[in-house]
Design a protein around this ligand. Structure first.
Ligand code: GLC
Length: 603
């Protein structure tokens, strides 16, 4: 009685505190997710009975172009009893989950998420609620989840569980997509839920030590599925009751908007972030395409591109959960292991720019050399510039930060030898070594006292030192502009069609007195010579008569005739002193004429 009473008090208090949000670089991170946003990088493990098939069943490759090997039972219509025969291909003497954990640690990953129960319904632990589990089929009996949990504790990694709640191809009343044809009643589906999902989650939350995260996998909203909101709330309530610190992802089937008690947003498969978010989020990603090992899947992403994805996400406040699909002998495919080790080596040197880092206030694609992450320190802030592209000349331009850095160095340099730089207004120019210090991504650290201030709304110099003035980086709202995206494989570039007098404005910062040439690219298909384009900047005005740009051919013999876009020199503008300048372009088509505007290049 006493225990029940105290638990009743403790649980609401714990829940109350866990809901207090605090500013941790992201404005909406609840207390229990603090470790998660610090960690940034985790390991997903897809391993189960399907690993024995490797994407091929009775000589036939998986029946779906989206070759997710863990779907083979459903896709190729394998009977339950035959499916388990795949376990004969496993080498139980070699399978050692601790090796996966060690690999995660060596790769710089801070948490591990194992497919405890995937869609096939087979539990990788000693489940009392269902004998469709690994312990029943191994001799001596194995509990892979327990082994993994112990290894995580031993090596200091956080432990997460993937649990397929919506789909279960094994249980009589579980969901598989073909039930759309055969039908199932809500009552029957609830039998599965109460008979398997709830008791299994109770086991997982009670018998495996602290579970830091549950990864559910319903990738559409519950209203479009057989699962009811009540069932989801029951499941979430059970986790909150038994392990109040455990995180729950949005693929539970409830969006964060609908239920702010969901801890983080899960992106689509291999969907990398494209916008900054204030609450925690994560991209699940593969090294090739399939999650479970598929022997015909050879779409290996390069180490560089995997690192770019990780860095991209951190620069937008997100996490990256990278998958390994071990084989039926426990072995991690060489192509995965090699890349993970390379990432681990990179993180050993550059991890400071990832762990505990967050987005910086500048627009995400402002600089064409790469991405920025930031971190608060006791004395100020560090900005980490990740060079996805290393400048050909040895100058790196950072535009938009008005504070002067106190020190700049290559993060990989343990002596932190200062790099030469100049800072003026909103522009910092850093002198780099001639060759990239890192073969994948070099990182330059800039220290500031306090929070670096920014100047918003500028167009930054590109790597060549010029300014690309485009329809989508104008000052002010782009809404009235109808931007036409590139067409015909990009042979028709992005542009806007201007058929009435239009003024476009951009702001740039020029860091020393100079003269710059101005070019404009457009397409004009008319015949008159009466349309004009006027450019105004630094108190000067240049007027240009629009001339016909003609047609061009994209590919031979395929009727691929398109409007040509051509660059025209407008003239030169003298910027007599360093400072902020507005550049205005006025396009004046005559009645019934139109000009397709592409860009202005200031160099
Ligand atoms: C999809 C697949 C599943 C995989 C998951 C990982 O939802 O159905 O097989 O585990 O993506 O994100």
């Amino acid at each position: 009685m006493k225990t029940t009473f105290s638990l009743r008090i403790i649980i609401p208090i714990a829940v109350f505190f866990s809901l207090i949000t605090f500013s941790y670089g992201q404005s909406v991170v609840n207390e229990r997710a603090k470790w998660f946003v610090d960690a940034r990088f985790g390991m997903f493990i897809h391993w189960g009975v399907y690993s024995g098939a490797e994407g091929v069943w009775k000589g036939e490759v998986l029946r779906n172009d989206n070759n997710y090997a863990e779907w083979i039972q459903y896709r190729n219509g394998i009977e339950k009893n035959e499916y388990l025969n795949l376990l004969e291909r496993f080498n139980w003497n070699e399978i050692n989950p601790e090796e996966w954990v060690i690999l995660a640690k060596e790769s710089g990953m801070k948490y591990v998420v194992l497919t405890a129960k995937h869609h096939d319904g087979f539990a990788l632990w000693d489940s009392k609620a269902s004998n469709y589990n690994i312990t029943e089929h191994t001799n001596p009996p194995r509990d892979i989840l327990k082994e993994l949990a112990i290894a995580c504790q031993k090596h200091g990694l956080r432990m997460g569980i993937y649990y397929s709640h919506w789909l279960d191809w094994e249980h009589e009343y579980g969901w598989d997509h073909s039930k759309e044809v055969t039908g199932i009643t809500n009552e029957d589906y609830d039998r599965y839920w109460q008979d398997k999902v709830i008791p299994q989650m109770r086991e997982l939350m009670s018998e495996y030590g602290p579970i830091d995260l549950v990864w559910f996998d319903m990738w559409i909203h519950h209203s479009r599925t057989v699962v009811s909101k009540e069932q989801l709330i029951q499941l979430k309530g059970l986790i909150r009751e038994l392990q109040p610190n455990c995180l729950i992802n949005s693929r539970l089937g409830l969006s964060i908007d609908e239920d702010s008690d969901v801890d983080f947003h899960e992106m689509g498969d291999n969907q990398i972030g494209n916008q900054m978010r204030d609450f925690p989020w994560q991209s699940p990603a593969t090294v090739s395409h399939s999650w479970g090992f598929h022997r015909k899947d050879t779409d290996w992403k390069s180490t560089t591109s995997l690192l770019h994805s990780l860095i991209n996400n951190v620069s937008l406040n997100g996490n990256y959960l990278l998958n390994i699909g071990p084989r039926a002998n426990g072995e991690v495919p060489y192509e995965i292991e090699k890349r993970l080790h390379e990432i681990g080596k990179w993180l050993k040197v550059n991890g400071e720019s990832i762990y505990g880092c967050k987005a910086f206030d500048l627009p995400k694609d402002l600089h064409d050399w790469g991405k920025i992450t930031s971190k608060k320190t006791d004395t100020g802030t560090v900005l980490y510039l990740h060079l996805f592209n290393y400048p050909l000349g040895n100058q790196l331009f950072l535009d938009g930060v008005t504070s002067r850095p106190t020190r700049i160095y290559i993060l990989a340099d343990s002596l932190k030898r200062p790099l030469e730089y100049t800072h003026n207004g909103a522009s910092t120019t850093i002198i780099l070594p001639d060759h990239a210090p890192d073969p994948f991504v070099s990182v330059i650290a800039l220290e500031y006292s306090g929070k670096p201030q920014i100047s918003d709304g500028l167009v930054a110099k590109n790597m060549d030192g010029g300014y690309s003035l485009l329809p989508w980086n104008i000052t002010g709202s782009r809404d009235p502009l109808k931007i036409i995206n590139k067409q015909r494989g990009g042979t028709v570039p992005s542009h806007i069609v201007i058929n009435e007098q239009t003024k476009l404005k951009w702001n740039i910062y020029v860091d020393e007195p100079c003269s710059k040439t101005i070019d404009v690219s457009y397409s004009y298909q008319g015949a008159t010579e009466r349309n004009t384009i006027v450019l105004r900047a630094a108190g000067k005005e240049i007027s240009h008569k629009v001339s016909a740009t003609g047609k061009t051919v994209g590919e031979p013999n395929s009727d691929w005739i398109i409007d040509n876009f051509k660059s025209h020199r407008l003239g030169t503008i003298n910027f007599s002193k360093a400072g902020y300048y507005e550049i205005e372009l006025e396009i004046k088509p005559e009645k019934n004429e139109n000009i397709k505007f592409q860009w202005v290049w200031v160099n």
